[in-house]
Ligand binder design. Structure first.
Ligand SMILES: [Zn+2]
Length: 120
């Protein structure tokens, strides 16, 4: 585990394959560079996601940079992995945001009103 972790996506992909996992835990298919994406990166850590080409199983690894500790966990997502990063950047949803949304949803009477709310 002495591979230096740089900031480029290629070095993180290489780090993932060399130090975290070469193969899908579920079906054993080898990961290709395109299967591996960075969800988030800070000075202290990086979250790397890998999606299997064959079974579409998704795994995430949280890499602590100074110690290079890693843990790979399976994760089930109902959104495409390309959508995950923008949601991650939004941060956690607050209870105030949820309550405001609930109020708006309760007022909806028609499909058009719902579409107007969800596209704004
Ligand atoms: Zn697989």
């Amino acid at each position: 585990m002495d591979t230096p972790i740089g900031n480029s996506i290629e070095s993180l992909r290489t780090f993932f394959v060399e130090n975290v996992s070469k193969f899908c835990d579920k079906c054993g298919t080898a990961y290709k560079p395109d299967n591996i994406d960075i969800v988030s990166e800070s000075n202290a850590s990086v979250i790397i996601q890998a999606q299997c080409d064959n079974c579409k199983g998704i795994y995430m690894a949280h890499v602590i940079k100074p110690l290079q500790m890693t843990k790979k966990i399976p994760i089930r997502l109902d959104i495409a992995h390309t959508l995950l990063h923008p949601y991650y950047l939004l941060g956690p949803i607050s209870s105030d945001e949820l309550l405001a949304l609930r109020k708006k949803l309760a007022k909806i009477k028609t499909r058009e009103e719902f579409l107007k709310l969800t596209t704004n």
